[in-house]
Design a protein around this ligand. Structure first.
Ligand SMILES: Nc1ncnc2c1ncn2[C@@H]1O[C@H](COP(=O)(O)OP(=O)(O)O)[C@@H](O)[C@H]1O
Ligand SMILES: [Mg+2]
Length: 359
């Protein structure tokens, strides 16, 4: 495989660094369509973070979390190193031997103590707060939770995600103790966050979208794409980093860009076609706020047809059931800040147009 290095994101990096330079006050929600480069940006930033900061990165993606125990196992990095009761001593030892950690370090004995408690969440938050207070005497803690929506529906005597939000508000607005970044590709989750009264004035948003035209063209130039190939790439996959990297790889193995891009589109078209065919023949359903609704094939098609001539439409131009269904199927992306709906990618836009042209 071709080695593709991290590219651009200067504006977004600057925004995050500006936030980091200030006292922690707000939770930052980093959001955008899938595969737009959110995780890549965050991991790159963490590697380059100045010495005064200490990042704790937790990625829930692909983790199977069905209860509190699973969540704690992901949130924490259990340190089997020894029995330590004193959090302040432990924090000092962590600061000495610094490596990039995934999760919040905790000595195994303290973890087990928390695990046995009845009211776990109180103790979890107490530990993290205490740990951060000690850490922050030397460095500024930066907590990043990637794909938080994975636990969006998890109920542990109330929704866990609300307890986390409360805790994040405490870390930022109240104690100014740690920077908190929440990353998500799930636009329904962001919509929910956006309308959450509890978070009002307590968070801000940073969209990370696919590369724009100029960035895409300049990016591909580094990998020997001639102008024709670059235009083809833009036409088919737009500035979606993951797809551009795929094209770079395929070009390195001497494939024709047209052929690869064409087969990517055929594949996505087929997937969307099958999805619609299933709803048409078998019916489809979706759960919104604990209530199940059936999905209408006609309305889905109507919603998709809105993209025949434009790339984005207003948030309220599609009925709620079709919108939720198509977002869950990763066809559409809703941006609650701009109140617009658009396909998840250029490839999806083209596929939607092909499918609605033939159904
Ligand atoms: N700035 C970038 N420069 C180069 N490649 C990138 C960049 N951002 C993303 N990519 C490529 O796209 C892939 C998907 O990005 P990722 O960060 O995982 O998306 P997201 O977290 O938004 O779903 C990465 O694995 C990487 O190959
Ligand atoms: Mg990601």
């Amino acid at each position: 495989m071709m080695e593709v290095s991290f590219y651009d994101r200067e504006q977004e990096t600057k925004e995050i660094m500006d936030t980091l330079r200030m006292k922690p006050r707000l939770i930052t929600f980093i959001y955008g369509p899938i595969n737009s480069g959110k995780t890549e940006l965050i991991t790159h930033l963490i590697e380059e973070l100045p010495e005064d900061y200490i990042p704790f990165y937790v990625n829930l993606r692909g983790r199977f979390i069905t209860g509190y125990e699973d969540f704690l196992n992901v949130l924490f990095e259990i340190d089997e190193g020894g029995m330590i009761d004193n959090v302040s001593e432990y924090a000092t030892s962590i600061l000495k031997d610094l490596k990039i950690v995934s999760g919040i370090p905790i000595p195994v004995n303290l973890f087990e103590q928390i695990f046995e408690r009845k009211d776990k969440s109180k103790d979890v938050f107490k530990y993290i707060e205490h740990f951060f207070i000690e850490i922050s005497k030397k460095r500024v803690p930066v907590l990043v939770i990637d794909e938080l929506q994975v636990i969006g529906d998890l109920k542990i005597d109330g929704l866990l995600v609300y307890k986390l939000f409360n805790f994040f508000v405490r870390l930022t607005k109240e104690l100014h103790l740690a920077h908190v970044f929440v990353v998500t590709s799930d636009s329904l989750f962001i919509e929910q966050v956006y309308s959450e009264a509890m978070l009002e004035e307590r968070c801000k948003y940073l969209p990370i979208d696919d590369f724009d035209y100029e960035t895409t063209i300049a990016f591909l130039d580094h990998y020997g794409f001639d102008m024709h190939e670059r235009e083809i790439a833009w036409q088919y996959v737009g500035g979606k980093p993951v797809s551009l990297v795929r094209l770079i790889d395929e070009k390195a193995s001497e494939k024709k860009i047209e052929d690869v891009a064409g087969s990517m589109l055929t594949l996505r078209t087929g997937e969307i076609e099958t999805m619609l065919k299933r709803v048409n023949e078998l019916g489809g359903g979706i759960i919104i706020e604990d209530i199940k609704y059936s999905v209408s094939y006609e309305k889905l098609v109507e919603a998709l047809k809105s993209f025949a001539t434009c790339e984005a439409i207003g948030m309220n131009e599609v009925d709620e059931i079709s919108k939720t269904f198509l977002v869950k199927k990763n066809v559409l992306f809703v941006d609650p800040l701009t109140k617009m709906i658009k396909p998840q990618s250029q490839l999806n836009l083209l596929a939607v147009r092909e499918v609605t042209g033939i159904v």
